[in-house]
Design a protein. Structure first.
Lengths: 602, 254
């Protein structure tokens, strides 16, 4: 019996089961235990799936509707190392999030646990499926659960506005995906990715095909928070409860990018002009990484800072995918895992601060958390890991992407990506220096408005030391990220996953005919260099020092620097206005421009 | 006026580009009526011999692509859970039973026409809903549509009566248990095939004769599961919205 359907159906069934425990008195502990056990079980199944997929990709046809004369009428899960690995990451992050919320989190009736498990099920299905429409359905399920989780704290206006912005932007993105599916279906007559790819193979790209790709890409890139579709992310991630933010920033955004990569390689890679696509996606990726990094430096709301850091890293990952190279893709997969663990750890550390001080305002917290030594050390470590400190997973992933970029002739890319990583990591380190060590000047060039929206406590009993159960997931996530970078085996798996990912004809033959083609074994992995990564970490420390240490921002030149920066800063701030109408305007402009580019270039 | 126009200019330009390119893409599609896909013929040729089904839409929705429908059912489940979460009573709010603010008015009776219509429509709509759910695999309709009809029947109770009447008929626990049962039912029907060594959602049940009420294997069961879930979900929704409007009051500061 194949294990393939179990990640999704276990999580779905348990979500319903927990909802039915409504009337149980003293249900809190039971809900915690059952949801944690479910997430652990899903993680175990994912691990087995990943292990099995290393020797050969597994295709699972629901209802035994195997292709009839090559045509797939049913829905298939295609379990290759990439999809199983991302599913495993999402399950592990869910475990971490549920550990954090253990006992102390304000769970409203059964809704929190139910929605978390529904969200887990959607992440699993989205990662594992090999069917375009099935992907859309799980995209929607993911969205609906995520909107509700974002608006969890209804006592505040921030969460409701964030959830509304999130819902509107992602629904618009959903329309784009649906439009793209319709166009592709009209062209190919099938919804299975492999079928669509096989039909398109070797055909010249007409206007409909290129439009279908761009619409699908825009839809999923909105989930992936890429410029100019990223505006919803800081609004939503900064106000969602901590456990939800862990999942949003750790895996949901990255799954959007994964979907674009999957659709490109399986369906469109033999049709579209790779050079043009590389140019477009590299441009968007770098712009996103830079904007996110700069915006992260300008925040004083800690979760918002982390959210912009996610935007920045999402751009970095898109740049890794945009190289359209198996090795760079392997690096990107490694980076997604390494970054997901680190970002999850940072959100959990922020959750610990909220637990103690009911605040996420960098200025308000400045110097108040000296006694939280362990949290402080772990927070700093996570900040360093975010910049790509060896041997964290972020180092290995970013190093591979950068080295491949150099080999492909994009020599400008490695320094640029390092600068972007250093910017947001520097912002995190600056915040850590101020909060845990009281360093720096209280009036940095960040936002003047105090960070609100966290007064409503997520948790109770905030006196006394940090409960151990909150620090456990924090440590575990950092260890996981360390293992991802330090173990050669993980890099091997990532490169194998990438080799399988780009093997278009092998994928088609396996899904449509059940024929296994010998897998091309990638060359034994070469470890990325340490020196560039250390340079990026030093740059991050320099960014933090720029804000904290005596220097241009502390002495008499302070006002001058502020005046110098005020123009661009004001412009960036005005762009990120928080008005949903503005966001839709940028979305439509971006879509229009990309559509025109696609019609001209492909 | 020109200021306003300038305000909308980026949107208009973007929409223009998007519209023009989309139009170009749509014009490049195969002409209307020129269907050449493989899906239609394959489903039409196989659904009768393999599943004894006479309705292609139901066969595709609940059998060929039954896994999509499972996730769609859970989208509704998640949406309702989300609505109930967001519409909950805040700590700063209080719940009061709805009372007539003008105490000297005496009891208000609903108009006889409304009452009569409600009494007439309630059983009729209920019956229609049950019919549509049960015949989902034979005729247009099915669990989603029939479920909405079933919930509509209870809306008539509110329209022709009082909030309390609806409340009596839709106790929150009972309905939410019903909703959970419907959602879980779909998952479990799919699991039936696993011990026999088939894949998830394999249609294992006896197929019956084409056109009969008990035919096409698991399709009627899945329709009933979906119908139950949808009907309960919409009842929970209307109850939550009405509670928000009628019962929950912002607590006055003393």
């Amino acid at each position: 019996m194949s294990l393939a359907p179990f990640p999704v159906i276990t999580a779905l069934f348990m979500a319903v089961f927990l909802a039915a425990l409504e009337q149980l008195s003293s249900r809190r502990r039971i809900l915690d235990i059952l949801s944690l056990l479910t997430a652990l079980a899903v993680a175990a199944v994912d691990f087995l799936l990943l292990d099995g997929s290393l020797s050969g990709t597994d295709v699972y046809w629901f209802g035994d509707w195997t292709p009839m004369g090559r045509f797939p009428a049913g829905i298939a899960f295609v379990i290759d190392p990439a999809s199983a690995g991302l599913a495993l990451l999402s399950a592990l992050l869910t475990v971490a999030a549920l550990l954090f919320s253990w006992h102390h989190f304000h769970a409203v009736r059964t809704y929190y646990h139910t929605l978390m498990l529904l969200f887990l099920a959607s992440l699993q299905g989205f990662a594992l499926t090999g069917d375009l429409f099935n992907m859309f359905v799980f995209f929607e399920l993911m969205g609906v659960a995520a909107y509700a989780l974002t608006g969890y704290k209804i006592e505040e206006s921030g969460p409701l506005e964030g959830a509304l912005n999130f819902a509107v932007m992602n629904s618009v993105a959903g329309f784009m995906v649906l439009l793209g599916i319709a166009l592709l279906y009209a062209e190919t007559g099938g919804l299975n990715l492999a079928w669509a790819g096989a039909v398109l193979s070797g055909k010249p790209p007409g206007p409909a095909v290129s439009a279908a790709f761009i619409l699908l890409a825009i839809g999923f890139l909105t989930k992936g928070a890429v410029l100019p579709f990223h505006f919803w992310l800081p609004d939503a991630h900064s106000v969602a409860p901590t456990p939800a933010s862990v999942l949003f920033s750790g895996i949901m955004v990255q799954l959007g990018l994964y979907a674009v990569a999957r659709i490109y390689w399986v369906v469109f890679s033999a049709t579209l002009d790779a050079e043009a696509l590389r140019g477009i996606f590299l441009g968007i990726g770098v712009a996103t990484a830079l904007t996110g990094g700069v915006m992260a430096c300008l925040q004083r709301h800690l979760k918002r800072l982390l959210a912009y850091s996610t935007v920045s890293h999402s751009g970095l990952m898109l740049a890794g995918i945009a190289l359209l190279d198996p090795r760079a893709l392997g690096g990107t997969l490694l980076y997604i895992v390494g970054h997901g663990c680190v970002k999850g750890a940072l959100f959990i550390a922020t959750g610990v601060l909220v637990y103690h001080h009911r605040s996420v305002d960098e200025k308000h917290l400045r110097g108040r958390c000296r006694r939280l030594r362990w949290t402080g050390v772990l927070f700093c470590l996570a900040g360093l890991a975010l910049s790509g400190l060896p041997p964290f997973g972020t180092w290995a992933g970013k190093g591979i992407i950068e080295e491949t970029a150099s080999q492909l002739g994009y020599h400008f890319l490695p320094p640029l990506l390092s600068v972007c990583a250093a910017l947001s990591a520097g912002a995190v380190l600056r915040a850590a220096g101020g909060i845990f060590f009281g360093l720096g000047h209280p009036d940095v060039i960040t936002s003047t408005a105090p960070a609100t929206g966290e007064e409503a406590p997520e948790t109770d009993h905030s006196r006394g030391p940090t409960p151990r159960i909150m620090l456990v997931p924090l440590v575990l996530l950092l260890l996981a990220s360390l293992a991802v970078g330090a173990l050669l085996r993980v890099q091997q798996v990532a490169e194998l996953a990438a080799a399988r990912f780009v093997d278009r004809t092998g994928y088609h033959a396996l899904v449509l005919e059940g024929r296994r083609t010998p897998v091309h074994q990638p060359a034994p992995p070469a470890r990325p260099g340490m020196a560039p990564a250390l340079a990026a970490t030093i740059a991050a420390l320099a960014v933090a020092a720029f804000f904290l240490a005596p220097g241009p921002l502390q002495g008499r030149t302070r006002e001058g620097v502020k005046a110098l920066l005020s123009g661009p800063v004001a412009l960036l701030r005005r762009l990120h206005s928080g008005y949903i109408g503005d966001y839709v305007t940028w979305f439509v402009c971006g879509t229009g421009i990309l559509m025109v580019l696609a019609q001209l270039c492909f | 006026m020109s200021g306003k126009l300038r305000h909308y200019l980026p949107f208009l330009l973007g929409a223009l580009l998007l519209g023009a390119t989309l139009l170009r893409a749509l014009c490049a599609l195969p002409p209307f009526g020129g269907y050449r896909g493989a899906y239609g013929p394959i489903v039409l040729n196989t659904m009768e011999p393999l599943r004894h089904a006479q309705q292609a839409v139901a066969a595709v929705t609940f059998d060929y692509r039954g896994f999509d429908t499972l996730a769609e059912e859970f989208i509704l489940f998640a949406a309702v859970a989300g609505c109930l979460l967001l519409l909950r009573r805040q700590e700063s709010e209080a719940a009061h039973d709805p009372v007539d603010q003008a105490g000297d008015r005496g009891d208000l009776e609903p108009a006889p026409a409304m009452l009569g219509l409600g009494v007439l429509m309630f059983p009729f709509t209920l019956l229609l809903g049950i019919y549509v759910v049960l015949h989902g695999h034979l005729s247009p309709g099915g669990g989603f549509q029939g479920g909405v009809l079933l919930a509509t029947a209870f809306y008539y109770v509110y329209l022709s009566g009082e909030y309390g009447d609806l409340l009596g008929m839709s106790r929150d626990h009972a309905v939410s248990h019903l909703e959970a049962t419907g959602a879980a039912g779909y998952v479990l029907v799919g699991v039936l095939a696993l011990p026999a060594g088939y894949n998830y959602l394999h249609n294992l049940l006896p197929l019956g004769d084409k056109g009969e009420l008990l035919s096409t294997g698991m399709l009627p069961l899945l329709n009933i599961a979906v119908g139950t879930e949808v009907a309960a979900a919409f009842l929970l929704l209307i109850a939550a919205f009405l509670r928000q409007v009628l019962v929950i009051r912002r607590e006055k500061k003393p």
